[in-house]
Design a protein around this ligand. Structure first.
Ligand code: ADP
Ligand code: MG
Length: 301
C-alpha cells in the first residue's frame, strides 16, 4: 500500500490492555499525522501512559492494531518502534547521571572510531561531542557547561537533554509522557520551544500532559482518553478548556464518529453536542447528533 498525504503516520485502533483485573485500555484509538503535534489527555488512570508504552514497544497489547503509513506492524520490543523512527522521552527521562550530556545522547548507540581502534571498541568521542553540540544548538537546549555530568544539571536542562536525545534519533515521531510535570514556568517554555523545533524538522510529537494551558499552546490536535478509550478529538481551533475537561470527566460526551470502539448510547442534549474530529476517517468528522454518542456513565457493551 502506498501512502498518500492523507495517510496517518500512526494509527492505533481497538487497543486492549489488561493488567490482571485492571482494564487499562479498552479498545483505545489514536491517530497521528505527519508533522503534527498531538496531545493525549485524560484523567489519572485513563490509560495515557499505557498507550505510550504500547507505541514505544515497552508493553504489548492484548488486542488491537498498530498501523504505520497504512501498514500493520507489531512492536515486540522497544527496538521495533525505533526502526520506524519512533523515539520516547520517558517520564523519568532515563538519563545516566554520571555521564555528560553528549555521552547521554549516544547512550547505547556510541560511535566507534574507524579502523582497528573501532574494532577494539574505541569510541569516537570528538565526533559524538560535535554531533551532540550541534543537536543542543539546533534545539536551543541551553547548556553552559557541556562537560559536567548530567546529575549536576537542572530539571529543565535534563529535560532538554532527554528531548534532544529522542529528537536526534527520531526521524518520524517523538513520544513524550508528562514532559513538564516537574518543571517551572521558564523551563516549561523551553520544552514548548523544543516541541516547536521538533515539528519544524518534520517530526511528529505525541505529548501526554496534565497541563492544559501548555497543551493548548503546543498541540495541533487534542485526543481525549477516558476509561481506556478515545472519547473525543479536537483540533486546536475547536478546543476549549470546558470541552476538553468535559470530555475528560465524561460530563460532555464528544465522540469521534466512526470510532469502532464507541457505541451509540444514552441521550445527550443537543446543546451539549460539539464537533469532534476523527481525522483518521473522513477528515470532516462532525458529530451529526444522531449517533455515535455515548452516555456519561459508559453503557458500552
Ligand atoms: N503495571 C501495571 N500493573 C497494574 N496496573 C497498572 C499498571 N500500569 C498501569 N496500571 C493501571 O492501568 C490504568 C491506566 O494507567 P495509566 O496508563 O498509567 O494511566 P494514566 O497515564 O492515564 O494516568 C490505571 O488504573 C493503572 O492503575
Ligand atoms: Mg501516566
Amino acid at each position: 500500500m502506498s501512502s498518500s498525504p492523507d495517510t496517518p503516520l500512526l494509527q492505533l485502533s481497538g487497543i486492549v490492555k489488561h493488567y490482571g483485573t485492571v482494564r487499562a485500555l479498552q479498545g483505545a484509538s489514536l491517530t497521528v499525522h505527519p508533522n503534527e503535534v498531538v496531545a493525549l489527555v485524560g484523567d489519572n488512570g485513563a490509560g495515557k501512559s499505557t498507550m505510550i508504552k504500547v507505541i514505544s514497544g515497552v508493553i504489548q497489547p492484548d488486542e488491537g492494531e498498530i498501523v504505520i503509513d497504512g501498514r500493520p506492524v507489531t512492536f515486540s520490543s522497544p527496538l521495533d518502534p525505533r526502526s520506524h523512527g519512533i523515539e520516547t522521552v520517558y517520564q523519568d527521562l532515563a538519563l545516566a547521571p554520571d555521564l555528560d550530556p553528549a555521552a547521554n545522547l549516544f547512550l547505547g548507540r556510541e560511535v566507534l572510531r574507524g579502523g582497528v581502534l573501532g574494532m577494539m571498541g574505541m569510541l569516537d568521542k570528538p565526533k559524538m561531542r560535535r554531533q551532540a553540540d550541534d543537536a543542543f544548538a539546533r534545539l536551543s537546549v541551553g547548556l553552559q557547561d557541556t562537560r559536567s555530568t548530567v546529575g549536576t544539571m537542572s530539571g529543565g536542562q535534563r529535560q532538554g537533554i532527554a528531548v534532544a536525545r529522542a529528537v536526534l534519533w527520531a526521524s518520524r515521531l517523538v513520544l513524550m509522557d508528562e514532559p513538564t510535570a516537574a518543571l517551572g514556568v521558564v523551563q516549561t517554555g523551553r520544552v514548548r520551544a523544543l516541541i516547536e523545533s521538533v515539528r519544524e524538522q518534520g517530526v511528529s510529537v505525541v505529548l501526554v500532559s496534565h497541563n492544559l494551558p501548555f497543551v493548548f499552546e503546543v498541540a495541533d490536535r487534542i485526543e481525549v482518553l477516558r476509561l481506556g478509550r478515545r472519547v473525543a478529538a479536537f483540533t486546536r481551533a475547536e478546543a476549549t478548556a470546558e470541552r476538553v475537561l468535559g470530555a475528560m470527566t465524561g460530563a460532555l460526551a464528544e465522540v469521534p464518529p466512526g470510532d469502532p470502539a464507541v457505541h451509540p448510547a444514552a441521550t445527550v442534549p443537543d446543546t451539549m453536542i460539539g464537533t469532534a474530529i476523527n481525522a483518521g476517517t473522513d477528515g470532516t468528522g462532525r458529530v451529526d447528533g444522531t449517533g455515535g454518542l455515548r452516555g456519561t456513565r459508559g453503557t458500552e457493551a
